[in-house]
Design a binder for this molecule. Structure first.
Ligand code: DQA
Length: 270
């Protein structure tokens, strides 16, 4: 993911003074600056666009195909009824993530409906300005998934899959794949990422295999960690850098998709 377009829909130019109890007091410029700074470590090229006009947003989406690697869009009120924006997203060959500042699922009934949700890779709603940061991260995850799916064959592909994930999705600093041995104990099978934070098998891994459910925790030194079962006999483990943010829904989504690929030897990538 090199070039990303971030589109803001109608009335978002009023942020700062528009219903601050819902949308906060940051202006749109403040938000764009924050997003660019938060994503600076990933060295992406980010462009921002705002319009109050449906046609202008559609034109920008059309022009994005071929010029960008992905789009993050907050279609604002158009989310809830613009079939034209939905069709534009469906009609371009680009990954698109839908984002919202407020949690549209906890507001009026008419806001809970998104007509664009199912033509987008993911919907991220309710994290304020971080929704945009997570939206771009989700695009990086999408790219990792495509590459992992392509790499899912040949010898040693699971280790390569972890390397691709840690390279393409830098928030994951440590990635391990453990598999149950004959005695039922977990054994490290593949590893990627920076310095190891554990000498022993992390407790969350044992818990994840036992419960067959995703488990998350924090290491004694404050590192957020998560373990995702792979077919009940293996577990995919990820940890953030100590300075990292906590695990969010899009992280879990990505790891579960990767676990699906690891389980199926390539199936489940899309
Ligand atoms: C919004 C939510 C929409 O329902 C609303 O019309 C907006 C902003 C959000 O970011 O929370 O204008 O997309």
């Amino acid at each position: 993911m090199n070039k990303v377009l971030i589109i803001h829909g109608p009335n978002l130019n009023l942020l700062g003074t528009r219903e601050p109890e819902i949308y906060g007091s940051d202006t749109l410029d403040d938000i764009n600056r924050y997003v660019a700074e938060a994503l600076a470590p990933f060295q992406l090229e980010l462009d921002f666009f705002q319009s109050n006009h449906e046609g202008a947003i559609i034109d920008r989406l059309h022009a994005a195909a071929g010029a960008y690697d992905g789009v993050v869009i907050n279609p604002a009120a158009y989310t809830h009824y613009s079939i034209a924006i939905r069709d534009a997203i469906a009609g371009i060959d680009l990954p698109v993530v839908e984002v919202h500042l407020s949690d549209i699922h906890k507001r009026e009934a008419f806001r809970r409906v998104s007509v664009i949700r199912d033509v987008c890779y993911m919907q991220i709603s309710g994290f304020g300005k971080n929704s945009y940061v997570f939206g771009v991260e989700a695009l990086m995850g999408w790219q990792a998934l495509q590459e992992i799916a392509r790499a899912a064959h040949g010898a040693d592909w699971q280790r390569r899959a972890l390397q691709i994930l840690s390279g393409r999705f830098p928030p994951f600093q440590v990635l391990h794949l453990y598999r149950q041995g004959e005695d039922g104990k977990l054994v490290l099978q593949a590893s990627a990422g920076g310095q190891d934070v554990h000498n022993d098998i992390p407790r969350v891994c044992t818990q994840a295999v036992r419960s067959a459910e995703v488990q998350s925790a924090t290491t004694p030194d404050g590192v957020p960690e998560i373990a995702v079962p792979v077919q009940n006999t293996a577990v995919l483990y990820a940890a953030f850098a100590p300075v990292g943010r906590s695990f969010e829904e899009h992280d879990r989504f990505l790891l579960q998709r990767v676990a699906g690929i690891l389980a199926g030897g390539g199936a489940g990538a899309r």
